[in-house]
Design a binder for this molecule. Structure first.
Ligand SMILES: O=C(O)[C@H](O)[C@@H](O)[C@H](O)[C@H](O)COP(=O)(O)O
Ligand code: SF4
Length: 637
């Protein structure tokens, strides 16, 4: 099937827009690579320190400077149910890598915070900052420069984006991402949301709510809704950074362990000592477009209108919300996974999972097949599903049909003809809206503004009974520079109750929502944010606001002369800058980019000074431009 013209058009404009920074990025990666094992650039003293703690057989291999060393970078902790299984992965990986004659070294851990634990709490104001903190921590781990590939253990919201941003800054190294898998299905997400709304109405007790939540989030493994964590997994599959269809295999099972060992061996196989495939050559303009398409086709998290932008930026690729908006009009919705439906990711996997989505998109000309992946050239290899044969994993062709068309559909019979994400713009700025879970009658809301400068102020008004009316809640001063751009998902039950009571309600904010948010229309990530002078700061209570997902408009219907004369609102934000460690992130608040530029704290790659490579011995081999042939390295000698 020929490539869809919108994909062709968007891809070409991204390539053109990115050319200077992408060229600079690839030059940086090239300058960092040395012929042979990377640790060859180290001194004897460095090396001795680097393997002092290792058993003699590993130490000997590392001393020989011939066998590759694989870095393990892990986000294990006990706070995220999703990351708890990673506790046992390093030993599995080290044994698997040793079996193929190489060495794996635990290079470093990265912090990971659970947005479920911090939702509605002060800690949520560190959540977005944790992404680039994780990227920096990944760089600290890899800065030992002992490694010829990286294995990245992460799943949740900011963790996979942070690991990938960090790994891309070592793009000369091959990379394989290692998932841990979802918890088994507990109380349904729909029933969980129902009890939350009852609690918000005072019709359920705290004990009943806690019991319901504990039955939903009941075990180790990723939460089973399709939020940012599971959107990350879909994107890693679509970018060919996972072993195929491995994202949603249950933790602590033989197949899970076999997939982890297969990922470890694949990392060794794609080092320079094997069929070299650096990360810089996997994440390119086409794979980024594929990732956006996969996000849209599955009704994925709005957080990726920030994270994918930042990930692309790390690889020297410049994307924006027009790209998402144009692709969304061409990409059909192929899944109905909560909050976009009643099913969870376990149902999705049983119906065919990410591999089925990839195959459908390729067959419909809605994805680039000619990309590099951890398996080599071509995305088609990722349209298979894993099975155990003895202790080993093998991949077999998918069944022709979906296992459940209530959850997963072919591109020939989608749930919707667009990807459910829209760009809205107007005199309030530019914002994104996820409408895949919003009923059509709520796609346009025009109502008086009610302004709030915190989630708490909104909930106070709700509990006082002041919100039983049509309104557009303008939640102000929630942008990255103001208070770290928290998710305002804790407002969902109250807003849902008001919507269910028949009121026309919407939210507009320079903050974020959770990937698990859904049924209430929300124009989020408003750029520029208020503290950067964004016009959202000119809205006053009573202004008529029009949120129009159909026409893509976000307007304050205020006479021009009145609007022009409006002063920018201001607020005392010091309570968001002190306590819970927020003092430590002042430098982030000062340097972070706009939401549409990924809310990033790092620059686009700029051209290398015409100097010698990063370190002696770097082989600035010439890279053939990405083409339909495998890229080729030619040494400069
Ligand atoms: O972007 C996301 O997907 C969310 O941040 C998610 O990771 C977070 O855990 C939600 O808070 C879960 O939803 P509940 O808070 O409704 O459990
Ligand atoms: S999906 Fe969200 S709530 Fe669940 S473990 Fe990950 S960050 Fe925490």
């Amino acid at each position: 099937m020929a490539l869809h013209p919108v994909l062709e058009q968007v891809t070409n404009r991204i390539i053109a827009r990115s050319r200077p920074s992408r060229t600079a990025y690839l030059a940086h990666c090239d300058a960092a690579r040395i012929a042979g094992v990377q640790r060859g650039a180290l001194s004897c003293t460095n090396l001795a320190h680097g393997f002092a703690a290792f058993p003699s057989n590993d130490k000997l291999r590392l001393k020989e400077l011939t066998k590759p060393s694989v870095a393990i970078v892990s986000s294990y902790n006990d706070m995220l149910s999703a990351h708890h299984p990673f506790e046992s992965f390093p030993k599995l990986i080290k044994d698997a890598v040793r079996e193929v004659g190489a060495v794996a070294q635990f290079a470093g851990g990265v912090p990971a915070m659970c947005d479920g634990v911090t939702q509605g709490q002060p800690g949520m104001e560190l959540s977005l900052f944790s992404r680039d903190t994780i990227a920096m921590s990944t760089a600290v781990a890899l800065s030992h420069n002992m490694f010829d590939a990286g294995l990245y253990l992460g799943i949740c919201d900011k963790i996979v984006p942070g690991l990938l941003i960090g790994a891309l800054h070592f793009g000369h190294l091959p990379a394989v991402f290692v998932p841990g898998g979802p918890m088994t299905s507990g109380l349904s997400n729909k029933e969980k949301a129902r009890v939350r709304q009852l609690y918000a109405q005072g019709k359920a007790t705290r004990e009943q709510l806690l019991e319901c939540e504990s039955q939903s989030y009941h075990d180790a493994g990723t939460c089973t809704f399709y939020g940012t964590a599971n959107s990350n997994q879909m994107l890693m599959e679509m970018m060919g950074l996972h072993m195929p269809n491995s994202a949603f295999i249950t933790p602590y099972t033989p197949l899970r362990d076999a997939l982890t060992k297969a990922a470890a061996r694949q990392a060794v196989a794609i080092t320079q000592q094997g069929s070299y495939m650096p990360l810089s050559r996997i994440v390119d303009e086409k794979s980024i477009v594929n990732a956006i398409v996969a996000l849209l086709a599955t009704g994925g998290s709005t957080n990726h209108t920030l994270h994918l932008v930042a990930i692309a930026r790390a690889a020297g690729i410049v994307i924006n919300w027009d790209d998402f908006d144009d692709l969304s009009k061409a990409v059909p919705l192929l899944t109905r996974i909560y909050p976009n439906g009643d099913a969870d990711v376990n149902h999705f996997q049983a119906a065919g999972g990410p591999a089925f989505v990839i195959r459908e998109l390729l067959d419909a000309g809605l994805a680039h097949e000619d990309v590099n992946t951890v398996l080599g050239r071509g995305l088609r290899a990722h349209c298979k599903e894993p099975f155990l044969e003895g202790d080993e994993v093998v991949w077999r062709d998918l069944p022709q049909n979906s296992g459940d068309e209530a959850v997963l559909r072919p591109a020939s019979n989608p749930f919707g003809d667009n990807g459910g994400l829209v760009l809205v713009k107007g005199n309030l700025g530019r914002a994104v809206m996820k409408i895949s879970a919003v009923k059509r009658e709520h796609h346009i809301v025009e109502a008086p503004a009610l302004t709030f400068d915190s989630q708490e102020a909104f909930m106070h008004a709700y509990k006082a009974g002041h919100l039983n009316r049509d309104f557009v809640a303008v939640i102000r001063f929630q942008g990255p520079r103001a208070n770290g751009m928290p998710e305002l998902h804790a407002l969902t039950p109250a807003l849902s109750n008001l919507q269910d009571a028949g009121h026309h309600v919407a939210m507009v904010t320079d903050g974020r929502m959770s990937g698990a948010s859904g049924k209430v229309p929300a124009a989020i990530h408003v750029s520029p944010e208020i503290v950067a002078g964004g016009p959202l700061g000119k809205v006053r209570d009573g202004d008529i606001i029009r949120v129009d997902a159909t026409a893509g408009r976000l307007e304050a219907l205020v006479p021009q002369d009145v609007w022009a004369a409006r002063e920018q609102a201001c607020a005392d934000l010091t309570s968001s800058h002190i306590g819970m460690g927020r003092e430590l992130f002042a430098v982030f608040r000062k340097s972070i980019s706009e939401a549409e530029d990924g809310a990033a704290t790092f620059p686009l790659p700029s051209p290398l000074e015409p100097t010698t490579p990063l370190h002696e011995g770097a082989d600035t081999g010439e890279i053939m431009p990405g083409s339909d042939e495998d890229f080729l390295f030619r040494t400069s000698k």
